[in-house]
Ligand binder design. Structure first.
Ligand code: ADP
Length: 435
């Protein structure tokens, strides 16, 4: 509203001025008898003034200076007022943006976690905060433009960056400043060509994890000897000597056997957790499949139909004892969670990406979908009573997950309640060994 009033006044003022000037020129021309000359001079004056104001405006804009507050009326004054107003608004907006940017930077700098912005194509550092300097030993500005892989030169980090993992953080990475400082890296894809990497100090967490692991391993180890003694004495006791004790003895033997299995599984899990890699060897799959079938038949005692199928015609590289234990766990689960008359199929086949997968399919009870995300956690059971009755320790799938993790493989589970489940151990192409 104010602006249109300003424009209207400006136009009115300018036209009035022109009218007055030319009226005066006509009067002078008439009085002097030099009408043409006087009109020409008046027009030249109007043009000269116009050019002078234009020159002023252009000079200010060229020098990126702010136009001064304009006093006066008319079209030129209106133009300068409008430019002045736009400049003031733009400057205020720029100041607000700078303040906001500064606040963001200060917040990012004050964060206890390290934050890095990395170019996705070449992993070059574009920006990092103060905590990143402390945790990774970066220095400003020398580290800018260098590759993150120069700072964190570990195969695990380069593999993780290449995979562009976004969900799972990379845990337990030693800091280049001090190897006792353990870090976790989380990658956030926040723009198409940049990554935000959040670095967190997880030394304390790793220490606690270590303590927990040692504690479980030590307790399991310490319990082994007394349990062996109890087990030995129970074996020596003959139920025929005291027939009334027979059911009690039977139960005690069963329970001590269960405790033994539990301890063995806990020790296996601790041993796996303590390793970050296993020794690779060629794992011949054909005999392994035959052994798995034999184990399944022994466990099933003729209650199920067991089938094996090998369409992969290749072997695997890995730790054969651990892989056997993982596959055995899956086969044992398939038999234990499939009612009499069901089928268990063990298949070894190639995958589309050149890898291979060992799957164990059963026609058993199946697992409700809501349990699947947690099924590989320690002691997680869908039905505790069914697991116990069938002799489960609740640690089988945790062992499978750990063994596969150490082989860079993963467990895929498909299951439908009442129809059965398929557990597949999926190996990458690098684990496949041509025969
Ligand atoms: P458990 O020793 O109890 O079998 P696992 O870790 O091997 O422990 O399995 C965890 C749980 O997953 C089991 O208690 C069972 O509820 C479920 N489960 C595992 N395999 C199967 C399967 N093939 N069919 C149905 N449920 C299964």
């Amino acid at each position: 509203m104010r602006r249109s009033l300003l424009m209207r006044l400006a136009w009115r003022q300018s036209l009035l001025r022109l009218l007055l000037l030319y009226s005066a020129a006509v009067l002078v021309g008439w009085w002097t008898g030099q009408m043409a000359w006087v009109l020409l001079i008046a027009t030249a004056l109007v043009a000269a003034r116009g050019y002078w104001r234009l020159f002023r405006v252009l000079r200010f804009l060229d020098w990126r200076k702010q136009l001064r507050t304009v006093h006066g009326q008319g079209l030129w004054a209106a133009l300068e007022t409008l430019i002045h107003r736009r400049q003031t608004e733009t400057r205020a907006r720029a100041r607000r943006l700078v303040r906001l940017l500064r606040a963001y930077r200060q917040a990012a700098t004050a964060m206890p976690d390290g934050a890095l912005i990395v170019d996705r194509r070449d992993n070059h550092l574009i920006w990092f905060n103060k905590s990143a300097r402390r945790l990774l030993g970066l220095n400003y500005p020398h580290s800018l433009g260098t590759s993150l892989l120069e700072t964190l030169s570990s195969p695990a980090v380069s593999e993780w960056l290449r995979a562009g993992q976004t969900e799972e953080p990379l845990m337990d990475v030693p800091s280049p400043v001090d190897a006792n400082l353990r870090l976790s890296l989380r990658l956030l894809r926040y723009s198409p060509d940049q990554w935000l990497i959040v670095v967190r100090d997880v030394t304390q967490l790793m220490r606690l994890e270590h303590v927990r692991r040692d504690f479980v391993a030590n307790v399991s180890h310490e319990l082994r000897t007394p349990l062996t003694v109890v087990h030995g004495y129970l074996d020596m006791m003959e139920p025929t000597e005291n027939p009334e004790w027979a059911p009690m003895l039977e139960e005690m033997r069963k329970q001590s056997q269960r405790m033994n299995e539990l301890l063995e599984d806990l020790l296996t899990l601790s041993r796996l957790e303590a390793r970050d890699h296993l020794t690779d060897e060629a794992v011949a799959m054909e005999p392994l499949l035959i052994t798995l079938r034999r184990e399944a038949e022994a466990l099933s005692q003729g209650r199920h139909t067991i089938a094996i199928e090998n369409s992969a015609h290749c072997d695997l590289t890995g730790a054969s004892k651990e892989l056997h234990s993982a596959f055995s766990n899956l086969v044992s689960n398939a038999v234990r969670y499939t009612p009499t008359g069901g089928q268990v199929s063990i298949r070894f086949a190639r995958t589309a990406d050149g890898g291979a997968a060992l799957s164990v399919q059963d026609s058993g009870y199946g697992i409700p979908a809501q349990h699947l995300p947690r099924i590989t956690e320690r002691f997680y059971r869908v039905s505790t009573s069914r697991s116990r009755e069938s002799g489960g320790t609740g640690l089988g799938l945790s062992i499978v997950k750990h063994v596969l993790g150490l082989h860079g493989a993963h467990l895929q589970i498909e299951s439908e309640v009442g129809r059965g489940s398929t557990f597949s151990c999926v190996f990458g192409a690098e684990r496949v060994l041509a025969r």
